[in-house]
Design a protein around this ligand. Structure first.
Ligand SMILES: [Ca+2]
Ligand SMILES: [Ca+2]
Length: 72
């Protein structure tokens, strides 16, 4: 069980509508804010990679798991 609280602040920044799920549109908006021209389609790919329960949304648990796995 990854430590979700350390990722909660980052998660909340990405989850701009505050529904507790990150969707492809929110992720694409974040990437554009970071100066990366990411299409919603590309963002959807990332969401699929992070999504483990198949609802096409990233919950905090999935987000934390992904971040923990990809931490160097
Ligand atoms: Ca959201
Ligand atoms: Ca999910």
């Amino acid at each position: 069980m990854p430590e979700t609280t350390e990722y909660a602040a980052t998660f909340a920044l990405v989850d701009t509508d505050g529904d507790g799920r990150i969707c492809a549109r929110e992720l694409a908006a974040l990437m554009r804010n970071l100066g990366d021209e990411t299409t919603e389609e590309q963002a959807a790919e990332v969401v699929r990679a992070m999504d483990s329960d198949g609802d096409q949304r990233i919950c905090l648990e999935e987000f934390a798991r992904y971040m923990a796995q990809n931490r160097s």
